[in-house]
Design a binder for this molecule. Structure first.
Ligand SMILES: [Zn+2]
Length: 153
């Protein structure tokens, strides 16, 4: 628990939330700010700031419940599409520093974000992709650990 974390307050029952699903370590509830009806947040019950602090196993549990919530939203609200998205750091748009997965029913022209709002990027060269992949591979964290920071971003 971290002071002033609204999601920890929800987990502890100090702040109201409309819960849609729960497991031993994960909670899913309606986002107070319904960008679209049925906008759900799925969080670990433990305070974990972002993707760099969560274990792959716990992130997997968050995703598992997110998948179940997506199925429930399809049955309950019949949206023609659903987005799952997750942000880390202010530059990525993370507003609450407690890991959360958004599950959002989507409709055509609903005014929410578009993937590639400026158009689909042109394909990169294979050489450029291979070089980038070779740079990323040695930095992978252990199967179920969190990374040890190597250097500043
Ligand atoms: Zn928290």
């Amino acid at each position: 628990m971290t002071p002033h974390c609204p999601f920890c307050d929800i987990v502890a029952g100090r702040l109201a939330a409309s819960v849609v699903a729960e497991t031993e370590r994960v909670l899913a509830f309606l986002d107070l700010r319904q960008a679209v009806p049925g906008h759900v947040l799925v969080i670990p019950k433990a305070h974990v700031e972002d993707i760099h602090a969560i274990t792959p196993a716990l992130a997997g549990e968050v995703m598992q419940l997110g998948v179940r919530v997506a199925h429930a939203l399809r049955e309950a609200l019949h949206p023609p599409g659903i987005n799952l998205w997750q942000s880390n750091g202010a530059a990525a748009g993370q507003e609450v520093p407690h890991f959360h997965l958004h599950v959002q029913p989507r409709r055509v022209a609903d005014g929410l974000m578009r993937v590639y709002p400026h158009g689909v990027p042109v394909p990169s060269s294979r050489d450029a992709l291979d070089e980038l992949a070779a740079r990323i591979r040695p930095c992978l964290s252990p199967d179920d650990g969190v990374p040890t920071p190597r250097s500043s971003p």
